[in-house]
Write a protein that binds this ligand. Structure first.
Ligand code: FAD
Length: 436
């Protein structure tokens, strides 16, 4: 009997998680990754309860918790010290929390798990896939390994090569554009002056946004706790930010006028001459697809739905994609045969309405935080102020941040994702997972 063999392009969050979950079903996977070693540089990110449910499903939650930083909620403060955002995971469920995690740690726990399947997962590093050709009974990939051309046939291709993917089918792309705003970020020692279980944000209008996220530790220094600092700005200005030493005092003074304690801490840790980390730039894209899979081709993660990180959902959505894909393969597979139309129908049922919901909200909210328009900040401050006073909205906001929403009035259940039971049984017993 021939075991199905999938190609996954991109060993990021989506690609590695999908490889593990397919290997668990005895499916062979080749992971193609263009860099030669997985050494992700990058700011920390916040894994929401939805992403942590997939971690539990993958069996890596405990490992991630030993290194990451548990987060109770998000607090966004205005210059008058009022809370603009005050969302705590417990408002969605008493047991919920988020996990601040360094990108290297996220990659480490996923890779560690994937290495448990050496017979089923082949790592093809230093290999860039340039194009593919879908035939009736196979997909042929073309690329180069360390500069040498090659081609190889597979039963299917999963495109998980990030926001700038050139491989996603162009006829499925409804929208693909760079955001006009990005961020500078740096890694610093954990900020103990602020509550270390909260993602802190500081806002003035829609032009100033600073974030401090507890990020936990990296695998090779497990006792050194870290935080990530984010500073939002329009992309044309990113390269100029704090380039000269003389720029530092003006930046600190600007913050000190609103939040003196924060400015004091930043001065000590971020602009101090001994600050080891550098400020790096993050650019975002907005990608909307009409379809996530068809025939022998599927698209996962940022390649399928890149968005601004305002809602902190990108990695969570990548993990949910991997989870839904593995469930869809499970339900469409009969030994070596896979019913491809059924696979993609199930995948769309799991992912499309949730993806649409988060993309809609991200497009609605991002300009309220990052925009040159004078009225977006006051509009946000006014509307959020009354929204947080209404318990229904408080809970809905916490569920949204948790990453579990599947539509305006529906949401998924943590346990249905985390459990290892067959999805057919789970969907029939769960009334709250409404697939639209
Ligand atoms: C500043 C910032 C903060 C963020 N904060 C959060 C947060 O708090 N919470 C959250 O959930 N998300 C957050 N995100 C988003 C999150 O990082 C991404 O959504 C997530 O990493 C996407 O994973 P992915 O696997 O789809 O893509 P990626 O992680 O981009 O992986 C794609 C991989 O494909 C490889 N590749 C590319 N092209 C090819 C090719 N042709 N051949 C072979 N390999 C290729 C790349 O080298 C890369 O390793 C943030 C993003 C940014 C920029």
């Amino acid at each position: 009997m021939k075991t199905p063999h999938f190609a996954i392009v991109g060993a990021g969050t989506a690609g590695i998680a999908a490889a593990i979950l397919l290997a668990r079903q005895n499916i062979r996977v080749t992971l193609f990754e263009k860099v030669s070693t997985l050494e992700p540089v990058g700011a920390g990110l916040l894994l929401q309860p939805a992403g942590l449910a997939v971690f539990e499903h993958l069996g890596i939650l405990d490992h991630a918790i030993t290194l990451g930083a548990k987060v109770r909620g998000l607090e966004g403060r205005l210059p008058n010290q009022q809370l603009l955002v005050n969302s705590h995971y417990q408002q969605a469920h008493p047991d919920f929390y988020g996990l601040g995690i360094h990108r290297a740690t996220l990659c480490h726990v996923l890779e560690h798990k994937a290495r448990e399947y050496p017979e089923l997962i082949t790592w093809q590093m230093n290999t860039e896939i340039e194009r593919y050709d879908e035939q009736h009974h196979e997909v042929r990939l073309y690329g180069n390994i360390a500069g040498q051309s090659f081609d190889q046939a597979f039963d299917a291709i999963l495109i998980a090569n990030g926001a700038r993917s050139q491989l996603r089918p162009q006829s499925w792309v409804k929208f693909d554009q760079a955001y006009p705003w990005g961020a500078k970020w740096t890694i610093v020692p954990e900020c103990c002056d602020l509550d270390t279980e909260i993602l802190h944000q500081f806002h003035e209008g829609s032009k100033l946004m600073l974030g401090v996220l507890p990020t936990g530790a990296v695998p090779n220094e497990p006792h050194k706790r870290l935080s990530s600092v984010f500073w939002s700005m329009p992309t044309p200005h990113l390269d100029q930010f704090l380039r000269r030493n003389e720029d530092h005092p003006a930046w600190i003074d600007h913050i000190a006028q609103k939040w003196p304690d924060l400015a004091h801490w930043l001065k000590q840790h971020v602009v101090h001459p001994h600050h080891q980390g550098e400020w790096l730039s993050a650019h975002y894209r907005d990608v909307v697809m009409s379809k996530l899979g068809s025939g022998r081709v599927g698209v996962l993660g940022d390649a399928a739905h890149a968005m601004s990180p305002q809602l902190g959902q990108g990695a969570n959505m990548a993990l949910l994609d991997a989870w839904a894909l593995s469930k869809s393969v499970e339900s469409a597979r009969n030994n070596e045969n896979i019913d491809w139309p059924k696979l993609w129908q199930t995948y769309h049922q799991h992912r499309q309405s949730s993806t649409n919901f988060y993309q809609f909200l991200s497009r609605l909210l991002t300009p309220l935080y990052q925009s040159e328009r004078w009225w977006t900040g006051p509009l946000r401050d006014f509307s959020f102020g009354w929204m947080y006073r209404i318990p229904y909205f408080r809970k809905e906001m916490a569920l949204t941040v948790s990453g579990l929403k599947s539509g305006m009035f529906t949401h998924m259940q943590y346990q249905d994702i985390a459990s290892n039971q067959n999805i057919a049984t789970k969907v029939s017993v769960s009334e709250s997972v409404k697939i639209e």
